[in-house]
Design a protein around this ligand. Structure first.
Ligand code: HEM
Length: 503
């Protein structure tokens, strides 16, 4: 996903700019007071400095942003304000408030905020499902993605593709295991499943490029204090270079596909359908032209990024939890054996495995791959929990605040799939019958990949347990469950597992 605003600011920036920023703050403060605006009743939050607000407190804390927020919740409650330079962030961490915003007032809270200049370049001026303002462009793009790539019918149609991708995953695990003393970097392997088709070398090149893009998208100080942007001209140049590189890498692939679609039968290796095909002549409400090549690059990247790291992160945590608690793995393996005997697990079987489903649900509760949903914005001034929510504020949802709330969960700290398996607790992830955990968001902007992602995680986990026994790497000691923020919240020390093929 492209616009998570949850990355920590690199702490080294702040010392350099503090003095300068204070001076500028003071001047802007003096001027802005003169213009005098109506007093808003914003949610509470830690006191900050004029103009820079809490920006340097966050940077100076040296903590990942999600940790900083987590520690503020007991003091300020389930809705709070952080002023990050020129951006006001309102952070919601309570189930009732999330329901009020995303369900009851869903239409008003369904937009996205203004982008920083880097994101404007990579999103082609908000021309993606995830970044588009709530309106006709978003509707056209989302409808196309859902109907053509993620609908139940498409999911069924692509079953065989997923099956062969799973075989590839198993093969890769086997060969890496042989070459590498049974040690695998789980996250890396899991990522490859999503790049269906042949040509792994090319895929690695694209994968590398995507990572570079995510790196330049990391928030910078001048995103919050645009007045400092002249000091970041080197980084800005780099942003443009990376965007050009992204276009140069992907446009030839796009053109190759366009050619195959226009000349059926000319490329024998071409798959019968790809998401790309739906973009060439896509009609966008309110626009005459179909997407340009740079826009297609952006839309494809969104599709690839949206599902890859999120799903791979869930699988990495799954393996960590199985190694930490081998009973989970034994019970999963027993369930697989009882359900399919010696046959290879497929997607249909997965639906008949309640323990597996419970493990995956508990994973998404305890380790939602993104701790914040994508940033929302209101379409008009609104109220939430009695507070004012002005337009042009970043409305953030802190997901663990909900899925680990002791008022709605028993023993929320504990990783316990039995809470779902034994039916002690239930949760509807779509938010339709209640809000207790929202790893995919809820309401109008709910993740359109929800069904595909849950199928992937269930199936990958089932195949990985069916084929191999997973244990901790001998050098790694006890599994370290510390977290760190990359694009998703991954394991701080990347998991190293030892795998033994089952007899
Ligand atoms: C375990 C895997 C996944 C998780 C945890 C996840 C989570 C999320 C979350 C939290 C949001 C933000 C919802 C909001 O704005 O309130 C989101 C949006 C989105 N996700 Fe996912 N996602 C996953 C997989 C996927 C997959 C497989 C795809 C598609 C290939 C995908 C595509 C998107 C898109 C396009 C949006 C933007 C929707 C919009 O703004 O209308 N995601 N996802």
């Amino acid at each position: 996903m492209a616009s998570l605003s949850s990355s920590p600011l690199s702490p080294y920036y702040h010392l350099l700019f503090t003095a300068l920023a204070f001076l500028i703050s003071f001047l802007i403060f003096v001027f802005s007071r003169k213009s005098g605006s109506k007093k808003l009743n914003l949610p509470p939050g830690p006191p900050g400095y004029p103009v820079v607000g809490n920006l340097f407190q966050v940077a100076r804390s040296g903590k990942p942003f999600f940790q900083y927020v987590r520690e503020l919740i007991p003091k300020y409650g389930p809705i709070m304000t952080l002023k990050m330079g020129t951006r006001t962030m309102i952070i919601i961490s309570g189930a009732d408030l999330a329901k009020e915003a995303l369900i009851e007032k869903g239409q008003v809270f369904a937009s996205r905020p203004r982008e920083n200049p880097t994101r404007t370049i990579f999103s082609c001026n908000k021309f993606t499902v995830n970044a588009a303002l709530y309106g006709p462009v978003w509707r056209s793009l989302r409808r196309n993605m859902v109907q053509n790539a993620l609908s139940a019918a498409r999911l069924r149609e692509f079953r065989h593709v997923r099956d062969s991708a799973m075989d590839k995953l198993v093969d890769r695990l086997k060969s890496e295991a042989a070459a590498n003393d049974g040690v695998v970097w789980v996250l890396r392997n899991a990522s490859y499943v999503f790049w269906f088709g042949n040509g792994w070398e090319l895929i690695e090149k694209v994968d590398q490029m995507m990572k570079t893009v995510l790196m330049v998208l990391d928030p910078r100080l001048d995103d919050y204090l645009p007045i400092l942007s002249p000091l970041f001209s080197k980084q800005w140049k780099r942003v443009q270079e990376v965007r050009n590189q992204q276009i140069e890498t992907l446009v030839p692939l796009i053109e190759k596909r366009r050619n195959a679609v226009q000349n059926p039968g000319s490329d024998k290796t071409a798959a019968s359908f790809s998401y790309l095909d739906t973009l060439f002549d896509l009609k966008i409400e309110g626009r005459k032209s179909s997407p340009s090549n740079p826009e297609i690059v952006t839309l494809c990247s969104e599709f690839l990024n949206g599902g890859t790291d999120t799903t791979a992160t869930a699988v990495e945590w799954a393996v960590a939890r199985m190694i930490e608690n081998p009973e989970i793995q034994t019970r999963l393996y027993d369930e697989i054996r009882t359900t399919v005997g010696g046959k290879k697990v497929d997607e249909k079987d997965v639906e008949k495995m309640p323990y597996l489903n419970a493990v995956v649900k508990e994973l998404l509760r305890k380790h939602p791959p993104t701790y914040f949903s994508l940033t929302h914005a209101v379409t008009e001034p609104a109220k939430l929990g009695g507070y004012d929510i002005p337009t042009d504020t970043n409305v953030e949802f802190f997901l663990p605040g909900i899925s680990e709330d002791p008022n709605i969960w028993s023993d929320p700290e504990k990783f316990d799939p039995d809470r779902f398996f034994a039916g002690r607790e239930e949760a509807d992830m779509t938010g339709v019958t209640g809000v207790k955990m929202i790893p995919f968001g809820i309401g109008r902007r709910i993740c359109p990949g929800l069904s595909m992602a849950t199928v992937h995680v269930n199936l990958m986990l089932a195949r990985m347990v069916q084929e191999f026994e997973w244990s901790g790497h001998p050098d790694s000691g006890k599994v370290d469950l510390s977290e760190k923020l990359e694009f998703t919240v991954v394991m701080k020390n990347s998991l190293r597992a030892k795998i033994t093929p089952r007899a």
